[in-house]
Design a binder for this molecule. Structure first.
Ligand SMILES: Cc1cc2nc3c(=O)[nH]c(=O)nc-3n(C[C@H](O)[C@H](O)[C@H](O)COP(=O)(O)O)c2cc1C
Length: 209
């Protein structure tokens, strides 16, 4: 591991033209990553804090981005949902190795309204909707066979019918209050620009890498 070394070439200069539109550059960077063929461009790690103050982290897909808000979908009886209900402060990180770019987002999560969840559920492939119904996410599972059996049963139950949104499936919106853009530059002279919201206004500053 110690001998693994990568020289960053150029994630590009960071220039924020209007800090009052803090996610503008994220939209641009997502489009850039997509253009060069990065898979799962919208995958981000999501950190929460549990009741004991212990941080926990997992990947989710960024599925909503609007103004100063991002969102993702999940099981609302999962560990992450429990953690958000006891501490709504969350942090997310997106890293595109191919682009040599990282985005860190911090904010406050709240449950997404059911209309938004329903709309997304309807847009998903049938098998994903069935999978959402049968997974007691984060709970112990006896065997793989048990899960497959549940899937097949549910598939048969709704054959030829619409697969309804289960009560346990939902999403969270994150009202953002800090965004940091990081770009890999040669000789470890990376760039960091952080945008923070204070008193209703966004300001930007650079940080040492
Ligand atoms: C690339 C990737 C994307 C994922 N996207 C989601 C997602 O959008 N929603 C979700 O609930 N789980 C997603 N997962 C699974 C989660 O990482 C995690 O295993 C699951 O949500 C349970 O987490 P929890 O027990 O901390 O609640 C994804 C996993 C990977 C590797």
């Amino acid at each position: 591991m110690k001998s693994m070394r990568k020289e960053y070439r150029d994630g590009g200069e960071i220039s924020i033209s209007d800090p009052q539109v803090p996610l503008d550059l994220l939209i641009q960077w997502l489009a850039d990553a997509k253009e060069v063929g990065v898979s799962e461009v919208n995958a981000m790690s999501l950190a929460t804090v549990d009741l004991q103050g212990k941080p926990r982290n997992r990947m989710v897909l960024l599925k909503h981005l609007e103004d100063e808000e991002i969102g993702f979908f999940t099981n609302i009886e999962s560990d992450k949902a429990d953690e958000i209900s006891s501490c709504s402060s969350v942090a997310a990180t997106i890293w595109w190795p191919k682009m040599e770019r990282q985005v860190r987002i911090e904010g406050v999560a709240s449950p997404m309204n059911r209309d938004m969840v329903e709309e997304y559920h309807q847009s998903r492939p049938r098998k994903s909707r069935i999978a959402a119904r049968v997974s007691d996410q984060s709970r112990p599972l006896e065997s793989r066979e048990e899960l497959m059996h549940r899937f097949e049963e549910e598939e048969a139950r709704f054959e030829g019918e619409d697969v309804p949104l289960p009560d346990h499936w939902g999403g969270f919106l994150i009202a953002i209050n800090r965004v940091e853009y990081w770009s890999g530059r040669p000789s470890r002279m990376h760039e960091r620009v952080v945008l923070t919201k204070e008193g209703g206004l966004w300001s930007q500053r650079r940080l040492y890498p």
